[in-house]
Design a protein around this ligand. Sequence first.
Ligand code: NAP
Length: 524
Amino acid sequence: MAQTLEQALALAAQASEQGADLVEFRMDLFVRDPAAAAELVQRCPLPCIVTVRRKAEGGHFEGPDEDRVALLEAACSGPTQPAYLDFELASYQNHALRQRIDRLVDHPGQVRATGVKLVLSSHDFQSRPADLHQRIEAMAAAPACAVVKIAWMAADLNDNLHAFDLVAQQGKPAVALCMGEAGLPSRILSRKFNAPFTFVTLDDAAATAPGQPTLSQVRNLYRWDQITPATRLYAVIGHPVGHSMSPAIHNAGFDALGYDGLYLPMSITPTYEAFASIVGAWLDHPRLQFRGASVTIPHKENLLRFVRERGGEIEQLADRIGAANTLTVGEDGSLYASNSDYGAALDAVCDGLGIERREIEGLRVAVIGAGGAARAIVAGFAHYGATVVIYNRTLDKAQLLVEHFKSSPGKVVAMPLDKLCDSCCQVYINCTPLGMYPKVDDTPILPGPGQTQPHWEPGTVVFDTIYNPVYTRLLREARAAGCVTIPGSEMFVRQAATQFRLWTQAQAPMDVFRHVLAQRLGAR
Ligand code: NAP
């Protein structure tokens, strides 16, 4: 999409430099006459698709169809021809237009020398069309049709499964795209089902359809060129998941190990029914090879229920915590739900203290907060025999955790948050959002009366689960006082590494994980 011919050619050059194989010119927006259409194709730096999209299918062309076809004829008239010409099925069904289009493109009955291939397309910007299959059959049956293209607005993630089946089942190359945020998988995973190409944009602002990813995302983040029919699928499931850093980390890990996997974001409406319907359908799809997921808020409890209902296995401590963040699917379809958060926190602290997990017994650990993160961390430390003191603003919530974990090997007690200044623990773990971006001047541990800095015993381990910013005010002040400090990014990277190991049976490339996370956080 461009405003002028020169701008379109400049964007095509940019796309070529960034590794695009083809460029689609949406001539309906900027080509006013046949001479410009011909010039555009002659000067294009890479093979192109020419399209004059009519208004009824999301385009800008409002004139008669005869004029649209005249622009396409001009685009195909020079010594360099477009690789593809896109024309809508609805218009192609008009006999006179069909004859003119067939004259331009390669097909079994063609007598002229032409290398132009026909993409027959059909779009619905509202929903999945009721006559989807009829439309596809009509397109595939046209002898001149080289590529079937269908696009519709996705209602939810399960629309993608229809798209994959359509791509896989055609006798002809097919591109089936779901529009909107829920449609992202169809734009990337279609490669697994042999889609000949996908549509991307140079930057978010230039998208020609809702939900279109950028060239850089498809090439570098999702590694389109490495996707094969055998690629295993992984995902981060949550709501929302748009800003999750897990796709960047796991895809970079797969790349570093040469593992044939792809990791996508999947946003699922926050109900158990939506979770079960989508995860169930994706697991049951015969060729998808959905092999695992990172599951985040608000679906951690739903994962446990789902795996239990499907007769899968649940890690004992995840069951105890009441939340799982990792789904692992065996090659035989068996399900395993586990929690990689508590182990990541335990190991980060053990490394900080230079001890093994079994030496946690007897350690005095202060956990600040009593929400979801605190729950997993309390469970982990109490399981290994530490004395855990939960400091929380709402004492009742801390007491509920005490009640829940009272039969653990370690002792668990609850204290009001304002008693934190009297605490004498060896480890402090912040599980509140105090200090998180953008409120970076907040901290859960304030200086006592008459002090400018909180008092810390040197050598105390201070761990902040927040990872944006990496070094919170709490950690900066603790480090200045000689404490051992651990940022939340360590927990994030370690919990991801546990998932990676479960899925690939290989050690995660921690340096790659840390590097990608630092890059992403630096960019915020
Ligand atoms: P949550 O379930 O909402 O719990 C938040 C806790 O913080 C509650 O106990 C709440 O106290 C307390 N809190 C909130 N605002 C407060 C305030 N202004 N003053 C005092 N206490 C306050 O959240 P969560 O899921 O546990 O997440 C907590 C933190 O953990 C987040 O910052 C998140 O970034 C971090 N986290 C990090 C990782 C990682 O991999 N690094 C993983 C998970 C979570 P009340 O009970 O009184 O409401």
